[in-house]
Design a protein around this ligand. Structure first.
Ligand SMILES: *[C@@H]1O[C@H](CO)[C@@H](O)[C@H](O)[C@H]1NC(C)=O
Ligand SMILES: *[C@@H]1O[C@H](CO)[C@@H](O)[C@H](O)[C@H]1NC(C)=O
Length: 181
């Protein structure tokens, strides 16, 4: 009886130990985006949900934990505005990081927005970034990196007036949006 209990406890500890890394990022998916697309990669240890919003809200996409992806070729909003890809760690749109883009002739304008994201979001906790496939020499097409824990990231919109956070890249650029660094 005693032995069974002790063994049970040891087994419980073993289970706990093997479960520990689940809170950390253990794998990465470094696949690169195709030309003229955004490739969103989830390197968190939890699923991430995405909705591509134009004049209507597209179906919910699930980016599985540890390397799941969602990719989208540049598309136009029939209403003339931009596209917003909303990203959340819960399957609803109440607390979202947004990747926004608008095509204009040979330029793709894009930004990251934290305006509808809670301050304690997992995205802030683990960091996120957008890296253009060919940053070339254009100072208008830089990377945008929000490091883990940076709740005042200058590379993203925190206020609707943060116009410095909008970038313009050649239309054939591929943008790699990575969640978790
Ligand atoms: C990594 O990204 C590629 C490209 O999107 C995808 O096909 C692949 O399934 C991803 N790997 C994992 C482990 O999810
Ligand atoms: C960037 O600038 C360097 C130095 O002026 C030049 O050698 C290089 O070809 C440029 N690269 C691109 C992609 O324009």
């Amino acid at each position: 009886m005693m032995f069974t209990k002790t063994f049970g406890l040891a087994a419980a500890f073993a289970t706990l130990a093997s479960a520990l890394p689940s809170g950390m990022m253990v794998k990465r998916n470094d696949t690169q985006p195709a030309s003229g697309t955004v490739l969103i990669t989830n390197n968190l240890a939890q699923d991430v949900y995405a909705w591509s919003v134009s004049d209507d809200v597209g179906p919910m996409q699930t980016l599985s934990a540890n390397g799941g992806t969602y990719t989208e070729a540049w598309r136009a909003n029939p209403n003339g505005g931009g596209i917003s890809i909303k990203l959340a760690t819960n399957p609803d749109q109440s607390d979202v990081l947004q990747f926004e883009y608008t095509e204009s002739a040979d330029t793709i304008y894009w930004d990251l927005s934290c305006i509808n994201m809670e301050a304690n979001s997992e995205f802030t906790q683990y960091g996120f970034s957008v890296l253009p496939s060919d940053s070339g020499n254009s100072s208008d097409c830089p990377s945008a990196v929000c490091k883990a824990g940076d709740s005042a990231c200058a590379a993203a919109y925190l206020q609707p007036t943060d116009d410095h956070a909008t970038h313009g890249c050649p239309i054939d650029t591929g943008l790699a949006l990575t969640i978790g660094q």
